[in-house]
Design a protein around this ligand. Structure first.
Ligand SMILES: Cc1cc2nc3c(=O)[nH]c(=O)nc-3n(C[C@H](O)[C@H](O)[C@H](O)COP(=O)(O)O)c2cc1C
Length: 365
């Protein structure tokens, strides 16, 4: 008798008859390789396709700005114009040839957009300024918030037209949608702020608009930071659970929890792992994806045992293009640090390696 397949092998069924071809995902990875007007470059496409060829069934692009005033770093991918959308088409073709599916991470930097790059004022739900922002952040008028919802819907339509499988709304890490949820960054007292219903409005309306703008086969999910971490501030676990429950009602196919360390319990309730809590919040229909410090097959197994439907990895797959094949085949994996030569062999351009050097412990001297 043959052993039953591992829970991370095989496709991922989603609600509404939608599906994705697998449960090992490449997480969104900013790489600053789209210097030409935010059009997906050959370097970035090559990096992503190498991961698909290496057995990764679901490939997420880096955070891609949905409007030019949301760009947060140089060389960022954009999906704010039809020509930027068209530049995604060869990626979709290549992924399909490899049997993989692609998601674009829809992004707006909000108060962390870089006005030196955008040439436009930096704005968010409220006015604030801190170390992470280069200057003053303006409080957006309500019609700007309406506009950014339309921007996300238009971006999702471009992703669909290019032939990719879906989008992930970037509601994590303290960028615009996460700023909206935050008690610290969102101090508005109108319908876009105040209580949790007000603070969740921008994210919920964005999801509903993206869902309404795209076809029934198009996958739409949301990445969340469940609790404060780094620039994600003003978040509360119980509020995040309520937000996830609302997003499930609003039609999310998946909630992607950016955990930074999938082994850790929640900060607020040290006796609880986040996955069972989010499962109770979203019900059985919505897929739960978890990311954070996953390297080995044991790490993956433990995260599935907590209730993940899929896992997303960043660093492990930066250092080895065939990480997914290794996990599926039970082969040993390499861990960081990775030498610049190994990174180059695995499809990271010089620009990307330079960017990766900023991350502690990732690139060896
Ligand atoms: C170089 C690099 C770029 C990243 N860019 C993004 C991004 O564009 N969007 C995002 O949501 N997270 C981003 N992250 C976070 C990763 O998606 C992931 O959640 C994190 O690295 C933890 O997973 P890991 O331990 O498997 O690397 C980035 C991480 C790294 C190392």
């Amino acid at each position: 008798m043959s052993a039953s397949p591992a829970p991370w092998a095989g496709p991922l069924p989603l609600r509404g008859g939608r599906s994705l071809p697998g449960r090992l995902w490449l997480a969104a990875l900013t790489n600053q390789q789209s210097p030409e007007g935010g059009h997906l470059s050959a370097d970035e496409r090559g990096f992503l396709l190498r991961r698909a060829a290496g057995g990764m069934p679901v490939i997420t692009t880096c955070a891609a700005y949905v409007h030019p005033d949301g760009q947060a770093w140089p060389g960022q991918l954009g999906v704010a114009s039809d020509s930027q959308g068209e530049a995604l088409r060869p990626l979709a073709t290549g992924l399909a040839e490899a049997g993989a599916a692609g998601l674009v991470q829809l992004f707006h930097g909000g108060g962390r957009a870089d006005s030196a790059l955008t040439g436009q004022p930096t704005w968010s739900l409220s006015s604030w300024s801190d170390k992470a922002t280069s200057g003053v952040v303006e409080a957006a008028p309500a019609d700007r918030l309406d506009r950014v919802i339309v921007d996300q819907a238009a971006a999702a339509r471009r992703v669909e037209a290019a032939g990719l499988a879906g989008v992930e709304l970037h509601g994590a890490h303290g960028y615009l949608l996460s700023q909206g949820l935050s008690r610290v960054y969102n101090t508005r007292d109108d319908a876009w702020g105040g209580d949790l219903a007000g603070r969740a409005r921008l994210l919920r309306e964005s999801l509903r608009a993206v869902r309404a703008a795209t076809g029934p086969g198009f996958v739409v999910g949301v990445r969340l930071s469940p609790e404060d971490m780094g620039q994600a501030r003003g978040l509360d676990l119980d509020e995040s659970l309520q937000v996830a429950a609302w997003l499930a009602e609003d039609g999310a196919d998946f909630i992607h929890l950016s955990l930074w360390d999938c082994k850790k319990p929640t900060q607020k309730r040290p006796e609880s792992h986040p996955l069972p809590l989010f499962r109770a919040a979203v019900g059985p229909e919505v897929a739960l994806i978890a990311a954070g410090d996953l390297w080995t097959v044991e790490d993956v197994a433990a995260t599935f045992a907590h209730g993940a439907d899929a896992v997303a990895v960043g660093r492990a797959a930066i250092g080895q293009a065939d990480w997914a094949a290794k996990i599926l085949g039970g082969a040993p994996v390499h861990r960081a640090p990775f030498s610049p030569a190994a990174l180059a062999e695995n499809g990271a351009s010089e620009t990307f390696v330079r960017y990766l050097s900023r991350f502690r412990g990732l690139v060896s001297a």
